[in-house]
Design a protein around this ligand. Structure first.
Ligand code: CA
Ligand code: CA
Length: 148
């Protein structure tokens, strides 16, 4: 239901700001509510598998109940709507200090011609909060949906 409402609002609101699809690939494993393993098929690091840290958001630690809920929600989203996603990689730092690729993750809904900003979805669904680091992205400018 939440999803349907979000879809409708996307059709009524202007589609936002700057985003770019720099890699297309497959989420091989969800680590927690803001980190996944990703295998890139096209674009950035094509052929490689690497860890992705969702940019500018923070999910509760995995040892807490809230952290387990966040991970389960992200797994649910990807298991339900597909694990093939696009990445918009941070052009300024590329990785964080743990070597994880910092990115906004977009889940395409081909039929509708839109992709879901998964970072923003986690925030709007209450599974993560905004944690705005210095990088390419401004999480306050995100919209839930972007045109593919
Ligand atoms: Ca970028
Ligand atoms: Ca930022």
């Amino acid at each position: 239901m939440l999803f349907v409402l979000a879809m409708l609002s996307a059709l009524l609101l202007p589609v936002a700001s700057a985003y770019e699809f720099q890699a297309y690939g497959y989420v091989t494993k969800v680590v927690d509510g803001d980190t996944v393993w990703f295998h890139s098929y096209y674009g950035y690091k094509a052929g490689e598998t690497f860890k992705v840290r969702f940019a500018d958001i923070n999910a509760p630690e995995i040892y807490t109940d809230e952290g387990k809920e966040s991970k389960a929600a992200l797994e649910w989203l990807l298991d339900t709507y597909g694990r093939y996603v696009y990445l918009d990689v941070d052009d300024i730092y590329e990785t964080d200090r743990y070597g994880r690729v910092v990115a906004v993750v977009y889940l395409p809904f081909w039929y509708y011609g839109y992709a879901l900003n998964v970072n923003e979805w986690l925030v709007e669904s209450g599974y993560a909060s905004i944690w705005d680091h210095y990088n390419e992205f401004d999480p306050y400018s995100w919209s839930l949906w972007v045109l593919i």
